[in-house]
Ligand binder design. Sequence first.
Ligand code: NAD
Length: 358
Amino acid sequence: MTEPMDFTYQSLPMRVRLAVDAIATVGEELDRAGLSGALVLCTPKQRPLAQTVLDSLGGRGAGIFDQARMHVPVETADTAIKAARDVGADCCVVVGGGSSIGLGKAIALDSPLPIIAIPTTYAGSEMTPIWGLTRDGRKQTGRDPAVLPTSVIYDPAVTTTLPAGISAASGLNAMAHAVEALYAPDTSPIISLMAEEGVRAFMAALPAVIADGTDLTARTQALYGAWLCGACLGATAMSLHHKLCHVLGGSLDLPHAQTHAIVLPYALAYNEAHAPAARAALQRAMATEQQPSVAVWKMAQTLPIPHSLSELGVKESQLNEVIEQAVSSPYANPAPVTADGLAHLLHQALHGTRPTHR
Ligand code: NAD
């Protein structure tokens, strides 16, 4: 130990329940909070699960809004806000991934309806006060404690239907939150513990989830990891990896989790030499002496996901615009963010080659 500790840690007010079949307790969550009129939110694809939840609520269910979309278009948010008013909802029960939870947050931003979240991916939005809204193709994000769910129910049984490819990409998306929390300017010893444990959970869970999507032990481990990694995202400022994915997703309309999954090894390679404590924590979590960037890249090679930006349709000619946007506003990052450095990173990510730092 070389220096005295110096950190701030603010815990977020929320109840979390994790258990197989915990979805059956959603009515109890409403009772506990004195709520009696839930609008259930989901994507069109997840309507059957939302219907099961609505049915289980009995008289406490006010209806279903099943039009959640990726990145919360403002038109969708407006329609959902009107639907919540029309049915006299006093809360939202959200069943789904980051898109559905994002819609709940958009409603809470307008009128303070509490959110009870039942996450079905590993994106981690349920653990954060971060909201996002897309207007005219531009995504705006912000932080507001009013959008943080009051209760989160993690039920591994509702994640067994998540396809292998989305499970893998979503798990790497979650790991990226933990990676950047480890070197965040506002990290703390508590967050570092959660981040290391979150990465450890996913390193074990992802191969098992891919081998058998119905393995409830592996699905439980993955949701536990999602919780930890999401909490890391909610508590710290993110750096280069998240900035690049935000720019790539926004300007080239790329899928969220897959973009994170592809970029993570390269963003790690960019930063790991400048973040020795984070690198050591990741090596412990991954049980390896290799560079964490290489260990993540090797694991990603075994997963059923796209491994390069070119597989998502990105062209070399589009990279300069991404670099310009990514260097245009300053943010904390272990390694200095330079246009040359980003060009190297993005060219590697474009082709999916083994990550190296220049
Ligand atoms: P998603 O919510 O869009 O879900 C991806 C697809 O998987 C959808 O078609 C959905 O219907 C389907 N799906 C989800 N769970 C399923 C299940 N168990 N079985 C079968 N199909 C299932 O994807 P995501 O990656 O979870 O969320 C991405 C969005 O969340 C992005 O808009 C991103 O910006 C946002 N996000 C926000 C935060 C935050 O803190 N605000 C954090 C992470 C992600």
